[in-house]
Design a protein around this ligand. Sequence first.
Ligand SMILES: O=C(O)CCC(=O)C(=O)O
Length: 299
Amino acid sequence: MSASVAVSQVPVQELEVFADDLDIEKAAAIYREHGALVVRGLMKPYLKTIAGEIERKAQEAIALLPQAKKIVEGWTVPNGTLFLPAPPGFKRDRQIMVLGYNYHASATFFRSALDERTLALVKAVLGENIELFGNGQCLYKEPVGGHPKHLHQDAAYFEHKYEGPMAMLNYVVDTDLLNGALHVVPGSHRFGVLNHVDTFSHLGLDEREWPWERATPVCGQAGDSIFFHVKTIHGSKENHSTQPRPVFIHRYRRSDDYTVVSATTAANRAENEKHREERKKENQLGFMLSGFRAWEARD
Ligand SMILES: O=C(O)CCC(=O)C(=O)O
């Protein structure tokens, strides 16, 4: 389907269910239909610890800025945090984008990836054999103009052989249009992988073709979770509030799935596309969260 086909706006109420009264089949059906699903309150049990740890990691990252190294995506500091240039009038010349907060840094973050209700939902969508994809991620928008993340498909960054990962993005603070609510384009998971260009926040869709009005904003409370398909178009605007707006993300995939193209810029995507047939499952094994991995001769 061409990206220029008009997308009808789906109100957020059609995407949402509630963790306290979770009907797994209904939730999975919403995800399959729209490529997006909101589960209100799912991560509440882990929130207090995670919120405190994220702030601690952010302060650690800022203190490490004198040791920052330039890379193509921005600057990294030794605790793994990625910085971007700061907006005009900001108190520093660089702002946090991806915090070095992941499963290597926090037991609670890791435990939250194994949440029973979450795994039941993931299995209803992806089947019995599930592995973790990646080490967990924390996107951190600083206050007073913290970075936008332009509309994009995660498949531009990590295109997969099969279904691809199901992402679960979790709000750490109440999140609305002022501080950077996630926007999703329901149904866009059926569009294939679209052409992405370089933007301030790395790979993104052409803003003339994909203005924010084509997306549904998902306002929510701390502890709400938004699931989205690897090809679902999504993004979030700047944080114009006076407080940070972090989110933490888990990604789940079928245990036989693997990345065929990885990229962060249009140039490295073009180069890596040439090697898609060379990518293999063998060196991409994630930790099993459900089911069993039998050895298979794959070549
Ligand atoms: O921080 C956000 O809201 C953006 C997250 C996102 O777009 C992503 O992880 O791909």
